[in-house]
Design a protein around this ligand. Structure first.
Ligand code: BES
Ligand code: MN
Ligand code: ZN
Length: 496
């Protein structure tokens, strides 16, 4: 069963069930015991009086009251005036993750009065729904089943008062759709590369589209050859797995489309310029851009907003072999520009180049590409923000603002002309690597060479698409980076 959440009118005091959770600001804490059933209220009052629980950000305390709920979980969001979308999202994720670990199967969540900061009711229940999905995530692993399996977390119910029900439902529907998109993205990111091949991604996209009523076209090798995608084909030629090129269409209105392009390298060995063995296994995540686009189309199918969106997924496996492309090869791109391959590990930009060129036919309002493109982005920004490059500046700002609202931050890097020098080639229109220095920017410049007149932004998520860190709200593994940002971006462009 998939995870769902819902809105219900009710009060915490009356809640039975395996887990009641309350999210509270520091200021809201004093009044809280009186709103709970008497036994739960006195336990909380004691925790407050002892100073053990202060409702600091991310602070959590679990109680076992005499009833009617079996468990009471308090989660803090810090000072009321400083509550943000991200703090509420995290609080909700902490609850869902805890419920999942406890194996409660379901939970009921209330937001204490005076804990919403300056946020609207709609915003609150959007981000609470998003956070619940984040915290609920688990991957049905491939281990021998345990004797006493814990039930997965199937549902979370948010309690609201009758006066805020309508607005809460509106926000919740948005957040639940975005949350579902994130779960789709993480599920497919997590798959091992012997399962998630380019043809698998193509089938996955087709099934998602059929289920949600999207138009979809999956170009196979022959169609990609006919299309003339020489750069993509060069990367694919070393693998026994055929490439695919996925086109998803959600014509939610008649305006020019937002085109989303996601890098779908299902495994990146580096090719002949082979990567070191250490952590090469992480390169199963090199299709995280593709996963973000698929997650966005899950959201679109559930919400059906009035906005025109196209998704493009170039997908290949980058392998070394007797048929693999070589450093020094010159390939002809879909746009017609030639590329000297100096490093077969700079493969992502090659497949994205052909996708950017393919996007021209849609006369896009703008094109956003998302890719685990360079290790250098982690050196520049750590695991805190995606690298953002593009033009014109207002579009870049629109993307950065969407990321801020989404809790998926970006930070702009400059595409100054000096960086273009670094990808000059003696034999072709450009080479595919500018070396280590400024590596994320020269990759961005390479992509810019294939942007034919439309507004464009590139997102480098190589350091944010997955994490090896674990905390109260998050787990190791895939993050669905980009789904919430894309959702905020396209939903802000909905027509009246
Ligand atoms: N998929 C990698 C980028 C990457 C690195 C993602 C680490 C996640 C973690 C990309 O294809 C790549 O190999 N980039 C090279 C570019 C270089 C050869 C110019 C890199 O970053 O080293
Ligand atoms: Mn690579
Ligand atoms: Zn790669």
């Amino acid at each position: 069963m998939a995870f769902t959440s819902s809105i219900q009118v009710g009060t915490p005091a009356a809640q039975a069930g395996p887990l009641l959770a309350v999210i509270a600001s520091e200021e809201a804490l004093a009044a809280l015991p009186a709103t709970l059933a008497s036994g739960a209220g006195s336990q909380l009052a004691a925790a407050i009086a002892s100073g053990d629980f202060k409702a600091k950000k991310d602070e959590a305390a679990l109680f076992y009251p005499p009833g009617p709920a079996t468990r009471l979980l308090l989660v803090g969001v810090g000072k009321a005036a400083e509550v943000t979308r991200q703090k509420l999202r995290r609080a909700s994720a902490i609850i869902a993750k805890r419920a999942r670990q406890l194996g409660t199967g379901s939970a009921t969540v209330a937001l204490a009065g005076g804990s919403a900061g300056g946020l609207t009711t709609k915003e609150c229940y959007q981000v609470l729904a998003e956070g619940a999905a984040v915290g609920s995530w688990f991957f049905p692993d491939m281990k021998k089943p345990p004797e006493d399996p814990k039930p997965p977390l199937e549902s979370i119910t948010f309690l609201v008062d009758a006066g805020s029900e309508a607005e809460a439902r509106t926000g919740h529907a948005i957040g639940a759709a975005i949350g579902a998109g994130g779960l789709v993205a993480r599920g497919i990111q997590m798959l091992p590369p012997n399962v998630c091949t380019p043809s698998y991604l193509g089938r996955f996209a087709a099934e998602l589209a059929d289920r949600l009523g999207h138009r979809v076209t999956v170009l196979d090798q022959a169609a990609i050859v006919a299309e003339g995608m020489g750069a993509l084909l060069a990367v694919a030629q070393g693998s026994a797995q055929e490439p695919r090129f996925v086109v998803l269409e959600y014509p939610g209105d008649a305006g020019a489309p937002v085109v989303l392009i996601g890098k779908g390298v299902t495994f990146d060995t580096g090719g002949i310029s082979i990567k070191p063995a250490d952590r090469m296994e992480d390169m199963k995540y090199d299709m995280s851009g593709a996963a973000a686009v698929l997650g966005t189309f899950e959201m679109l199918g559930r919400l059906r907003p009035k906005v025109n969106v196209i998704g493009l997924i170039p997908t290949v496996e980058n392998m070394p072999s007797g048929t693999a492309y070589r450093p020094a090869d010159v390939v002809k791109s879909h746009l017609g520009k030639t590329i000297e391959v100096v490093n077969t590990d700079a493969e992502g930009r090659l497949i994205l180049a052909d996708a950017l060129s393919y996007a021209r036919r849609f006369k896009p309002a703008c094109v956003l590409d998302i890719a685990t493109l360079t290790g250098a982005i982690g050196i520049a920004l750590g695991q805190v923000a995606a690298g953002v490059m593009g033009e014109p500046p207002p579009l870049v700002q629109e993307v950065l603002a969407a990321g801020e609202r989404a809790g998926e931050r970006g930070w702009e890097l400059p595409l100054w002309d000096e960086y273009r020098e670094l990808i000059k080639s003696d034999i072709a229109d450009m080479k595919n690597s500018g070396g280590r220095l400024g590596g994320s920017i020269t990759a961005g410049w390479f992509l810019k060479e294939f942007v034919d007149g439309f507004p464009w932004v590139h997102l480098d998520i190589a350091a944010t698409a997955y994490t090896d860190r674990e905390d109260a709200a998050s787990v190791r593994g895939p993050t669905a980076m980009g789904v919430r940002l894309f959702a905020e971006f396209v939903l802000a462009r909905v027509s009246a």
